[in-house]
Ligand binder design. Structure first.
Ligand code: NDP
Ligand SMILES: CC(C)=CCC[C@@H](C)[C@H]1CC[C@H]2C3=C(CC[C@]12C)[C@@]1(C)CCC(=O)C[C@@H]1CC3
Length: 326
């Protein structure tokens, strides 16, 4: 039986690399649907995938995860096309208007927190300025988390079916941190780390989704792609042109010896996302974050890491997002 897979944010970076790797793994047995906000970029992605896999089944659906009506419209279209969905990759994500604190970075360089800083982008080196969408929601919360929650809810009829399992696979981040998240401010309207908050909320929501949906055959897992050079990361130092990043690559390969989270390429970053595709969902740990890792010698592997998540807080979050969606 062919597997039906939908990937959000498939037009570039980790999402596109995942599609390429899925098709290389099984070129004939998949029906891949790319859910992208920009139709032209989606067409280009499809053309690139078909160039290397000419017989593959690849379709497109226009979806902007930052817009309630767009998500609902796209979900209707997906339900019209498919009567079941085996894998839903919740990968689209943004980090707009980032501020890189150079002083905090240099303080971190000469402290015992150096490895954590490079592995997670933590230590106060990164903050963002969020915006409010036309729906009146915080853009980062909406794009990274809530748009995906609405999508899952709308696709429930084709995700939960007797006798079969389906998998939700989130692209979270090592930057997800409980200190950035508050149940009293789930959209992070008041703080300066909306990206970290949204990713920690993904970790919590995945846990709650397992509690609520496992009995209906729907399983949720969280991945972390590591530090990957994509348009998202190029945006962090906007004064730094891409060629300067390329010049830094030898330094990054050295840092990889200290932290295997420097996966660096979208191909490597997609490792854990592909690994989960090959697992039996019943065997997975709902409290684990599956981390793409690359060794100093360039070998890719997947490492499960226990998430710092609380069952009670995950229940409060799912109730809050359900209220937001009413
Ligand atoms: N790069 C890294 O080091 C890390 C990335 N991540 C996460 O990985 C995921 C993929 O990011 P990455 O590949 O790095 O970055 P990219 O910017 O290359 O990819 C992001 C993708 O999300 C899409 N997207 C953004 N906003 C929306 C929206 N409103 N509706 C639909 N699609 C949207 C983009 O579409 P478009 O082409 O139209 O812009 C693009 O396809 C994100 O969730 C990110 O947070 C996590 C940890 C580390
Ligand atoms: C020499 C030099 C200019 C180093 C700069 C390094 C930092 C810009 C990176 C070090 C760790 C990186 C990192 C991210 C962004 C860029 C760094 C801070 C992320 C926060 C990007 C988005 C994520 O989801 C997690 C990443 C963790 C590591």
């Amino acid at each position: 039986m062919t597997k039906v897979i939908l990937v959000t944010g498939a037009s570039s970076g980790i999402g596109l690399a995942l599609c390429e790797r899925l098709l290389s793994h099984d070129p004939e047995g998949l029906q891949l649907c790319l859910a992208c906000r920009d139709v032209q970029r989606a067409r280009d992605a499809r053309a690139a995938l078909l160039a290397s896999h000419p017989t593959a089944h690849v379709t497109l659906v226009q979806m902007d995860t930052s817009s309630v009506s767009s998500v609902i419209g796209a979900a209707q279209e997906v339900k019209r096309r498919y009567n079941r969905l085996d894998f839903l990759y919740l990968n689209a994500g943004i980090m707009p208007n980032p501020h890189f604190d150079v002083k905090a970075f240099f303080r971190g360089l000469f402290s015992s927190r150096i490895v954590t800083m490079f592995a997670t982008g933590g230590g106060g080196i990164l903050t963002q300025e969020d915006r409010v969408t036309a729906d009146g929601l915080q853009e980062i919360f909406m794009t990274n988390l809530f748009g995906h929650f609405l999508l899952i809810r709308e696709l429930e009829p084709i995700l939960c079916h007797a006798g079969l399992t389906s998998q939700l696979i989130w692209t979270s981040s090592s930057n997800a941190h409980p200190s950035a998240f508050s149940v009293d401010d789930i959209q992070h309207r008041r703080g300066t780390q909306p990206y970290s908050s949204s990713k920690y909320a993904c970790d919590l929501l995945s846990l709650a989704l397992n509690t609520h949906y496992n009995k209906q055959g729907l399983y949720s897992s969280v991945t972390c792609p590591g530090f990957v050079m994509t348009s998202l990361t190029y945006g962090i130092l906007p004064f730094f042109p891409p060629f300067l990043w390329t010049l830094l690559m030898p330094l990054f390969w050295l840092i990889r010896i200290l932290t295997n989270t420097f996966t660096l390429t979208p191909y490597n970053g997609a490792e854990a996302l592909l690994w989960l595709f090959k697992q039996q969902p019943e065997s997975l740990d709902p409290q684990a974050k599956y981390q793409s890792s690359t060794s100093g010698l360039g070998k890719n592997y997947t490492q499960p890491r226990k998430m710092d998540v609380d069952l009670h807080m995950s229940e409060v979050l799912i109730l809050s997002v359900k209220c937001c969606s009413l």
